[in-house]
Design a protein around this ligand. Structure first.
Ligand code: UDP
Length: 239
């Protein structure tokens, strides 16, 4: 068919900001619904989808730390923020006919089930969408690192880093009209050019595990599907 997926299992990293839409903070319902529509489409193609959701739309530990809070405490608040986003995301997924399961790296057992790797694998095999919440469960890390970690753990063939821009550019495309998109880059090239694809910990993990990362825009309709079909969309960073 024209929609044969190039990947069997993917890990999609959504930042908290992706849930804000045009709002200044929080969760924008219409934005979530639109995003989940894109996820539903690739799930219907038979792709197993796991999601790591950020929390920056609600709380960022670095900012809390800068304002005088104990950094680790602020980071735990940030992780809890991702749980709220995960619940909103899973709810929207269920409403669009997907079956979502939230698994948290921090146990909050009345609210979400804890992350247990074999169970996550089982859900994926059953065609359920697994939403990983609470990042890695550790302060001083980010949800990008959680994406790399969970991606490696579940044997995802690709980590998809959803951004506002549709890939990695030679310069900021909003400021420089001559900026061009890289279709592909090696991890070494990305590092040599200091392109800041993910934070250093996440980047190192993906590079070590030879886990390719695709940077793409979640706001571009159909882009997620194009990525999953292996078409020229976004930027592929590979070993
Ligand atoms: N966080 C953490 N450990 C993790 C993941 C996240 O401490 O493994 C905290 C950290 O304070 C971070 C916040 O949760 O600022 C929200 O995560 P992140 O900034 O990665 O969210 P995003 O930028 O993707 O919205």
């Amino acid at each position: 068919t024209t929609s044969t997926p190039a990947y069997k299992r993917i890990l999609l990293k959504l930042s908290g900001e992706a849930l804000m839409g045009e709002d200044a903070f929080g969760i924008n319902r219409a934005t979530i619904v639109r995003m989940v529509g894109e996820v539903a489409e690739v799930t219907r193609m038979g792709v197993e989808v796991a999601v790591v959701i950020g929390g920056g739309n609600i709380f960022r530990g670095v900012a809390g730390g800068a304002e005088g809070m104990d950094r680790a405490t602020a980071d735990y608040m940030g992780m809890l923020a991702t749980v709220m986003n995960a619940l909103a995301l899973a709810d929207a997924m269920d409403k669009q006919g997907l079956t979502a399961r939230v698994m948290s790296a921090i146990s909050i057992e009345q609210v979400v089930e804890p992350y247990v790797r074999p169970k996550a694998l089982q859900y994926l095999e059953e065609g359920k969408v697994v939403v990983f919440a609470a990042g890695t469960g550790n302060p001083f890390f980010t949800t990008d690192t959680a994406a790399a970690l969970r991606g490696a753990e579940i044997g995802a063939e690709l980590v998809l880093k959803a951004t506002k821009v549709d890939g990695v550019y030679t310069a900021d495309p909003h400021k420089d009209a001559s900026a061009t998109r890289y279709a592909t880059l090696t991890f070494d090239e990305a590092m040599a050019r200091n392109l800041g694809i993910m934070d250093a910990t996440a980047f190192a993990l993906c590079r070590d595990q030879k886990l390719p990362v695709k940077v793409f825009s979640i706001f571009k309709p159909g882009a997620l599907k194009r990525v999953v079909m292996g078409l020229d969309e976004g930027t592929l960073v590979h070993a």
